[in-house]
Write a new protein. Structure first.
Length: 161
């Protein structure tokens, strides 16, 4: 029994020094966060033959960094639709389809690596501090005849280091 009581604090200490999510980079006592202002598409015209595009910057900041030659992965959740490939903004029961891409050509859906989507991988090298930014490219496809009003969705950014 004494070994069990001693083992728990040792395991807790080792998980603080080398978190379980550190499979990609050796990161000692790191703390990272991601933030973004969100995609603002503005007014959508369903009669337009041109998709409605918007960009947002995802900013990643880490402190307490001692990471060498690693990577940091940035993934996005499906939002309220439950499907990364078919994201939808909603206004009550009304929905407006859109998606978020990792490239300016709108060909690679930014997700979590499942269902044909990809995450974004960045180099993670730093001492004491690390910051990076990556652009999210949003697009609402054409000819969706929906009720006028404000539509919204909530997508979670997850960083793995």
């Amino acid at each position: 029994m004494k070994h069990g009581k001693l083992l728990v604090p040792v395991l807790a200490l080792s998980s603080m020094l080398f978190p379980a999510s550190s499979a990609q980079a050796l990161c000692v006592l790191c703390s990272c966060s991601a933030s973004t202002a969100g995609l603002a598409f503005g007014a959508y015209d369903p009669t337009s033959n041109t998709p409605r595009d918007a960009n947002a910057v995802v900013q990643i900041n880490c402190s307490g960094v001692a990471a060498l030659l690693g990577t940091i992965d940035v993934s996005l959740s499906p939002g309220g639709s439950g499907s990364i490939a078919n994201r939808r903004m909603a206004q009550g029961a009304n929905v407006l389809s859109y998606n978020i891409y990792s490239d300016s050509n709108h060909t690679t859906i930014w997700g979590d690596g499942t269902g044909g989507t990809t995450g974004v991988t960045l180099p993670f090298n730093g001492l004491l501090a690390y910051s990076a930014s990556v652009t999210a490219y949003g697009r609402i496809s054409t000819h969706q005849y929906v009720r006028a009003g404000a539509y919204a969705d909530a997508v979670t950014v997850t960083i793995t280091y």
